[in-house]
Design a protein around this ligand. Structure first.
Ligand code: CTP
Length: 395
């Protein structure tokens, strides 16, 4: 699915980077066009970095001499979203004016256009704006009404750009991402766990949580209610159907999973849980008095195995495996030992890292003896492939 986001010169443009990230995490391809004044509100560098594509601003790029082909943009996109859409752009869309790249693309769009107007309350109430919006609706444009609330002017009223999660939901309907997980409760574990050695030190690992967050957002985009239980990570999700529970240690993650598991239909355990923890974490910071230091470790509970053992006839569990030798054999062993319905094996090529990388390559094995390889792709794309696969084993 491909979305083209048009950003015009409104203060609410600051919300668009978050929106872009939500689409990327849901496996949607994103390209952006900005009007030249929009650059004063949000940096094209941020927009191009997050959307993973160059930003179109003018009809042609003065440095490279390349032409930004508006017709190609119009054919490429499954949907054009203009957010925030200023009163000025609304009025030009109504008249068919074509004095910037975004307007030329609007006129070239093959598919749906959605606008999310945002402006000060008096402007939004002005009869010309109201009239322009009615004309656009009659022209087949979908209009996301602005929110009521605090405005950049300091006033409060109608005109505020809705939160990114709301706009995302509205657009998803048009992208027909499908709502195949509607009324489904999904639990996802993500990130590393930190096991305390003393109040300031821990045993941990390099897991970033990116895969788990991408899975949570993909499930949510497809209608699921997601409980995301994550170890320490800088990642955040704004998706309103994702409830995030932050934990630190394996014991806390286990406790949170036990608390929620009964209500779940499906559990995807992507966390890199520490296998061991210090048996007696020191209450005070350990001083470096001795030349050598031994820390006695004890095994942590296996969360995936616990959920597999305690699942009902309709609940399903999916685990992950990261193996450096006998990968397939070990993954199959984990599938049966942990009573999982499928195991996602991270395929590690030579010289490749898996933790903290933005891409991944996996092979999925399930209890029915089927397997599927998903070639190297962004974690968002891999998440989409895994979720697609899960729809099969749900049956
Ligand atoms: N897992 C878990 N709880 C643990 C350890 C692992 O839920 N205490 C889950 C992980 O989230 C992952 C799967 O089990 O889905 C595989 O984890 P891994 O650490 O590779 O498996 P182990 O059973 O620890 O096997 P190994 O001997 O390879 O470390």
């Amino acid at each position: 699915m491909r979305i083209l986001i048009g950003i015009t010169a409104g203060i609410a443009a600051y919300k668009i980077p978050l929106l872009i990230r939500m689409f990327i995490n849901a496996g949607v391809e994103v390209r952006c066009i900005m009007t030249s004044d929009a650059k004063d509100f949000v940096s094209p560098l941020v927009i191009s970095t997050l959307s993973k594509n160059p930003v179109g601003i003018a009809f042609w790029n003065k440095e490279t001499g390349e032409w930004n082909n508006h017709v190609e943009y119009g054919e490429w996109a499954d949907v054009l979203l203009i957010a925030p859409c200023t009163a000025n752009t609304l009025s030009k869309m109504v008249s068919g004016a074509c004095d910037n790249l975004l307007l030329a693309v609007y006129l070239s769009m093959r598919n749906k256009t959605i606008v999310s107007p945002a402006m000060d309350l008096e402007m939004y109430q002005h009869p010309t704006v109201k009239r322009n919006i009615s004309v656009l609706i009659a022209d087949g444009v979908h209009v996301i009404p602005p929110d009521h609330g605090e405005l950049a002017s300091g006033l409060s009223g109608e005109g505020r750009l809705p939160e990114p999660a709301f706009i995302f939901e509205e657009v998803v309907k048009y992208l027909s991402l499908g709502q195949d997980f509607l009324n489904t409760q999904v639990l996802v574990t993500a990130g590393p766990t930190y096991e305390a050695i003393d109040p300031v030190r821990f045993i941990g690992n390099h897991a970033s949580g990116k895969m788990g967050f991408a899975l949570a957002e993909n499930f949510a985009a497809r209608g699921a209610s997601v409980t995301l239980i994550t170890g320490p990570t800088v990642l955040r999700t704004e998706h309103k159907r994702v409830q995030t529970i932050h934990v630190t240690s394996a014991a806390e993650m286990f406790e949170a999973v036990q608390r929620h598991w009964l209500d779940m239909d499906l559990g995807v355990f992507s966390a890199a849980v520490a296998d061991y923890r210090p048996i007696h974490p020191a209450e005070e910071k350990i001083k470096k008095t001795n030349e050598a230091l031994s820390i006695e470790l004890i095994k942590n509970p296996d969360i995936l195995a616990w959920a597999g053992k305690h699942k009902t006839a309709t609940q399903r569990t999916i685990g992950f495996a990261l193996e450096t030798n006998n990968a397939v054999e070990n993954a199959m062993e984990k599938l049966s030992r942990k009573h999982a319905d499928a195991i996602v094996l991270n395929v590690i090529e030579e010289n490749e890292k898996c933790f903290n990388s933005d891409t991944n390559k996996v092979r999925i094995f399930d209890v029915n003896g089927l397997s599927l390889e998903l070639p190297t792709a962004s974690k968002a794309k891999i998440a989409q492939g895994i979720v697609d696969y899960i729809t099969r084993i749900r049956l």
